[in-house]
Structure formats: C-alpha cells, structure tokens
Design a protein around this ligand. Structure first.
Ligand code: PLP
Length: 429
C-alpha cells in the first residue's frame, strides 16, 4: 500500500479548496507584491481596534498560564450569560454557556456531535457547508430570492420539513447577515420560530454581527423559540478581535445534553480556549460606558459608509438595498447582464476576476455564498480603511448620535469610496 502524497486523505476533505475569503486575501497580497494597487473588499475582517480597556485586561492577564475548564472560565461564562440577558431579554446562567476558540470551531463541534441535516438558506457565509461536508453531514442549501431580501420564507421551511417530518435538522440563521448586511424583522423571526418549533428543528442563530446592527437595534429569534435556539456570538466582529479567537454559544436549558457532548469533544481536541484571552473577554462582555461609546462610534462609521456605498451602487444600476448591519453588501448586477455579456462576462466569477484585473478591486462572487454561478451577484466587505483613526476622530466629538457625513467618509474611508466608485464606473462600461 502506498502512503504517498494525498492517497490517504479522508474522502470528505479531498479536493476541498481553502476558504474563498482566505484565498482572495492571498491573491490580493500577491498582486500587491507585484506592485499593483489593490482595493481589498474581499476578506471580512473588522477594521476597528480592540477597545483599550479590553486590551488592558489582556495585558493584566498575560501571566495566566494554566489550562482552564473545558467549558470556559466560570466568570466569563457568567459574564456572557449576563450580556445576553441584557441584550436579548433571555435569562440564562453561566451553566448555559460554552466558550470556544472562535464560534467557527464551536459550529464545527456542534455538527460533529449532533446527528442531523444542516439547513442553510443561501446566500450564506462561506464556511457552514464545507464544515458539514468535512464531517459528512447532509447539507440542504435552500435558495432564497432577491425579492424576499434573500430571506428564508417560513413556508419554504415548512415545505422542507414536510418532506420527512421526523428527520433531525439544524437550521442556521445569520442576521445581520454575511454576505448581505440585511437583518430579519421581529415579525419574520417570529414566523420562522413558529415553523421551527412545530418541526423540532434546532436553530443555530448566528448573531456574531448583532452588536454591529447599524441602529443598535438587533433582535434575536431566541425569545420566540427559547427551548430550541442556540445563540452563537463572540469577540471577532464587534470587538475587532478576530485573531484573538474567542467564540460563545448560549444554549437553552433543555439542550444541556448537547452542551455537555460538545464539551466532551472539546476536551479531546482543543482542551480549552486561551487563558489570557478568556480573562480579557470578561471585560468585553461585562461592558460599561467605554464599550457602549465604542459600539456607537463603530455603528456610526459602518452605517454611513454602508449607506453611501449602497446608494452609489444603486445609482449605477445594481440592486443593492442599504444594509441593516455588519460590513457587507451583496449587489446584484443583473441589470447589466447584456452589457457585461458583450464584454465576455457571463457569470459571477468572471465578473469578479475581470473587475480585479481592470480596476484592482477585489470582491467575491455570489457562487462562493451558495448562489448559482451565473447569477451576477457578489459580496463586498467595506472594511479597507483605518478604523482606529476613524474611531479616534469620532471619540473626540460630543454628540455620539450624529450621523457621519460625506466629508468624514472621504477623510477617513477614502479608499473604500474610491473602490466603490471604481466598481460603479467599471460596471457601466
Ligand atoms: N459567522 C459568520 C457569519 C462570520 O462571518 C464569521 C467570520 O467571518 C464567523 C461566524 C466566525 O467567526 P469566529 O470564528 O471568528 O467567531
């Protein structure tokens, strides 16, 4: 038997490419090394620094060196439960919280220990489906419509459940959404919760962008289906700390068996999340006036920039509603199909490739988010600006409720504006 290169790769991993967002970042870095000007709207990383008080908490805890309990530091689990009680009006205790090295890892563990189909409304974040594939779970991608704001309709969920009513399922709902920036209304969440509850579907509510709702108005589905919803969150987006790798799951009491099973799997894999990071995260989840001000200022920048960008893309003929939260837009260039076809551009990957070659602007094709290849959609992440400088300017202002104006955006996010203008000019030929 040969043990040469690749022969013994697990079949679920064989042929699996690197995550699209990581790949576009590497491609951009190569172009920059070749001397090209590149506008990086591909990778969705927070442009903002970690709040100073949280960085200070990390400094104070650099000496923490012991392995921590597998479910997480008790004080952090309590702080996370308290945070959710304040934010989403769902009262839980630290016993209902699981800490992990990023919510992505917790999602992977969930799929490892829960036997059932994964239901993913598309467009969806790039990693849900590959995780299911690695583990060998069935994935049901449910296409949504632009006319419905790319939202899963309750009737569609009911139809899917009716195909095999007793089949175990996890439905992932992500809002504010990567890649669309749009969120569900309370009424929509309630209607989906009713169908999920009636069919015993486990809801994984990915609320990692909840704090980055631009109006500070995020609503969770959990209060509508408390016994069946797991809330996923973490430090990566609102706290600007993606590289710190800390994610959280909040479970219903009725699902303690699932939390315990995930903890058993964690104990045999990552053991526990980094000790200094967990200690510092307590400060972030306990919050306080400085964190509130930081969040307000982040939202002001993202709201102004998201709105400006969406309006510019709309004026250039794209379908692109203004975002509710996060830092993504998902324009649909269907209106330009004929003109693009005349330039030899027939699908979304060709659109993104040519855009990058002609203008230096890097965005990701909709097919990476589970959309049909020929649909002319793409995701752009409006994050290529100096978030530290933008926050510093806003922190010096007295009125944290005042929206930012175009002068501010030109001064602080000029490169993003230029990138959007380049897309608009390019698509119009
Ligand atoms: N969920 C969504 C929708 C994301 O966009 C991301 C990161 O890009 C994650 C989850 C994973 O976040 P982390 O593993 O850093 O907690």
């Amino acid at each position: 038997m040969s043990v040469g290169p690749r022969i013994n790769l697990n079949l679920n991993v064989r042929g699996l490419p690197n995550s699209a967002t990581v790949a576009i970042n590497e491609r951009c870095n190569q172009l920059i090394a070749d001397g090209r000007q590149v506008y990086k709207l591909g990778l969705g990383q927070s442009p903002f620094p970690v709040p100073e008080s949280v960085v200070e908490a990390l400094r104070q805890n650099a000496h923490q060196k012991d392995y921590l309990p597998v479910k997480g530091l008790r004080a952090l689990r309590e702080a996370v439960a308290g945070y959710h009680s304040r934010r989403a009006d769902i009262v839980r205790t630290g016993d209902d919280v699981l800490i992990g090295p990023g919510s992505k890892e917790l999602m992977f563990l969930l799929q490892m220990v829960f036997y059932g189909d994964l239901v993913i409304p598309t467009p969806a974040w790039v990693s849900y489906a590959p995780q299911a594939r690695i583990i060998g779970r069935q994935v049901r991608m449910v296409q949504t419509l632009r006319e419905n704001d790319w939202h899963l309709q309750p009737e569609r969920l009911a139809e899917l459940c009716a195909e095999d009513p007793s089949r175990p399922r996890i439905l992932i709902l992500n809002y504010p959404a990567n890649p669309t920036g749009r969120s569900y209304s309370r009424a929509e969440l309630e209607a989906l919760a009713d169908v999920a509850m009636a069919n015993n579907v486990v809801l994984l509510s990915d609320e990692i962008y909840g704090e980055l709702h631009h109006e500070g108005n995020h609503a969770s589905i959990a209060p509508f289906y408390p016994e069946g919803t797991i809330i996923s969150s973490g430090l990566s987006k609102w706290c600007g700390a993606g590289g710190w790798r800390l994610g959280t799951f909040l479970f219903p009491k009725r699902m303690r068996w699932l939390l315990d099973a995930m903890a058993s799997a964690a104990s045999e894999t990552f053991t526990s999340t980094s000790a200094p990071i967990q200690h510092a995260a307590i400060r972030a989840f306990e919050g306080g006036p400085d964190i509130e001000r930081y969040l307000l200022d982040e939202r002001r920048v993202l709201a102004g920039l998201g709105r400006w960008s969406a309006l510019a893309l709309q004026a250039a003929g794209a379908h692109c509603p203004a975002p509710h939260g996060a830092f993504y837009l998902f324009p649909d260039f269907e209106a330009h199909r004929e003109a693009l076809a005349a330039r030899g551009i027939l699908d979304a990957p060709a659109l993104c490739e040519r855009l990058l070659e002609d203008t230096g602007v890097a965005i990701l094709p909709g097919v990476e988010f589970g959309r049909p290849r020929t649909e002319l959609t793409a995701r752009l992440a409006y994050v290529n600006f100096d978030g530290e400088a933008a926050l510093a300017e806003l922190a010096a202002q007295d009125d944290p409720s005042a929206p930012v104006d175009e002068d501010f955006l030109r001064r602080r996010c000029g490169e993003t504006l230029t990138a959007i203008e380049r897309i608009c000019e390019w698509v119009q030929g």
